[in-house]
Design a binder for this molecule. Structure first.
Ligand SMILES: Cc1cc2nc3c(=O)[nH]c(=O)nc-3n(C[C@H](O)[C@H](O)[C@H](O)COP(=O)(O)OP(=O)(O)OC[C@H]3O[C@@H](n4cnc5c(N)ncnc54)[C@H](O)[C@@H]3O)c2cc1C
Length: 112
């Protein structure tokens, strides 16, 4: 698979993978909050979209169930922050294994 990328005829564009530090939290502000990658950008190991959708649903429900935006934001963050910190701890450093820079020795493998 790697040779399909490195040996192609067109341009090779390097797109780095970023992740937020673990844990990533902030002081509560009743007027603003974050959802999805903005709140908890992690290595791409299959959870980001799911967490982003869950965040959005929970924030929407919190807004519907609370009298003030500040109460809704606090309720949302009380659930979202511990969940995303726990998941970020689990995946921390995972991209290094996924995206190893070591190239396999294809000639050696083909000969055996
Ligand atoms: C290679 C790769 C593979 C992945 N595989 C998976 C997977 O298998 N399963 C999974 O669940 N997740 C996966 N993810 C993670 C997933 O893509 C993200 O977690 C998810 O897209 C986050 O959604 P979001 O809405 O928070 O952010 P985004 O999808 O990044 O949406 C943010 C949007 O805001 C826009 N924007 C940015 N700045 C501005 C601005 N100033 N003004 C207006 N708009 C702006 C951007 O253009 C973008 O459209 C993968 C990610 C990568 C990089």
């Amino acid at each position: 698979m790697r040779r399909l990328i490195t040996d192609n005829d067109g341009l090779y564009v390097d797109r780095p993978i970023y992740a937020l530090p673990v844990p990533h939290t902030w002081e509560h502000d009743p007027t603003v909050t974050l959802v999805g990658d903005a709140a908890h950008l992690m290595p791409p190991l299959g959870v980001g979209v799911n967490l982003a959708m869950l965040d959005a649903c929970e924030l929407a429900l919190a807004i519907a169930r609370h009298d003030t935006a500040g109460d809704a934001v606090r309720a949302y963050e009380e659930t979202m922050l511990p969940r995303s910190v726990a998941m970020a701890r689990l995946l921390d450093g995972g991209a290094e294994e996924l995206l190893s820079t070591e190239m396999p020795d294809f000639a050696h493998e083909a000969a055996h």
